[in-house]
Design a binder for this molecule. Structure first.
Ligand code: BTN
Length: 328
């Protein structure tokens, strides 16, 4: 999804059509003070971004699937006493919220800055992968956090972030959510979410991290066929799907709590909880390394610095990078 940005008018219309109902071209044109042809043209561009707008003669336009636009006020309301910790910007679209927040961080943006994109066009994943999502069917956001400590004190951070996300999803009513090392959010059905952490600063401090979170709320077939592994949406794990603004507030609140504690105590307080939610705990796995080689062993949890502990035929080994897969 890398075509040009949608026009402001298209976004106005997508907001009105978010309810999933039919809206006549005439009423939309009157409402925006433009011609019916302008409405047609503005909605025509949405298809390039994977957004299906249905047009039925005599009834008007509607989206193939309703969506819940994010509202800053609602998110702040849900955050309650924690609202002051965050500076939230919701953008209709971005190539990558991590990229845009990294730029802001280098210009001095404060810790707690958040960029959320309704439509992320070129989301970046770990190990150079692409993160796929569509309008309204995911949460794609990045949070900037500043630490007094240096980068060398942040080992295990990515696992602690996974713990924060699982806590938030528990509160949102999701069932069967676990973690795959280092911080994939998973269920038996497949990958639900991912985290991309990018750091700035010195080894000795201070430091800053941009924590990018992508969470599938609903995974349409057209999207899952672009994903190179089993994946699922939160709606498959919740009896009642949590409202998107509330879900984002839950995630931000848990992230802030974990990051504050991590800033003082490091990964140690989260290690037990991470291990309890570890999908591959005591299971045989294969760890694929960056050089193309692979190591087989039994996953024995995480070390003090968040490294993966693998019991192999050569004894216990620890790894700081790699991609965990099932044993072939
Ligand atoms: C992964 O599992 O590979 C990590 C995926 C991280 C995706 C999120 S979506 C918001 C933020 N912006 C990005 O470009 N990536 C992260």
């Amino acid at each position: 999804m890398t075509s040009g940005a949608l026009r402001a008018r298209t976004w106005q219309l997508l907001d009105i059509l978010a309810d999933g109902d039919f809206h006549s071209g005439e009423v939309l044109a009157q409402h925006l003070g433009v011609s019916r042809a302008s409405i047609f043209n503005a909605l025509d561009g949405a298809a390039d971004c994977g957004i299906t707008v249905q047009r039925v003669r005599g009834r008007g336009y509607r989206l193939a699937r309703a969506w819940q636009p994010l509202r800053r006020d609602e998110i702040l309301g849900q955050l309650g006493g924690d609202a002051g910790l965050f500076d939230i910007e919701i953008v209709p679209e971005a190539d990558s919220t991590n990229t845009s927040l990294l730029q802001r961080a280098s210009l001095g943006a404060p810790g707690g800055s958040v960029v959320v994109a309704e439509l992320q066009r070129a989301g970046r994943g770990r190990l150079g992968r692409t993160w796929h999502s569509g309008l309204g069917n995911a949460l794609t956001f990045s949070l900037l956090w500043r630490f007094d400590r240096g980068l060398n004190a942040l080992s295990g951070l990515s696992l602690a972030v996974g713990v924060a996300i699982v806590r938030a999803l528990d509160q949102a009513g999701a069932r069967g959510v676990g973690l795959k090392w280092p911080n994939d959010i998973v269920s038996e059905q497949g990958k639900l979410g991912g985290v991309l952490i990018e750091a700035q600063g010195d080894m000795l401090g201070p430091s800053a991290v941009v924590i990018g979170v992508g969470l599938n709320c609903h995974l349409p077939g057209a999207l899952s066929k672009n994903i190179d592994q089993p994946a699922c949406g939160l709606d498959e794990l919740c009896a009642e799907m949590p409202e998107r603004n509330r879900l984002l507030a839950l995630l931000l609140r848990e992230l802030a709590a974990v990051l504050r504690q991590f800033g003082q105590d490091g990964f140690a307080p989260f290690r037990g909880e991470w291990e309890r939610r570890h999908l591959h705990r005591d299971k045989e796995i294969r760890l694929c390394l960056a050089d193309g080689s692979a190591v087989d062993g039994i996953a024995r949890g995480a070390g003090d610095g968040g490294e993966l502990l693998l019991e192999t035929v050569q004894g216990m080994r620890s790894f700081n990078s790699g991609e965990v897969g099932g044993r072939r």
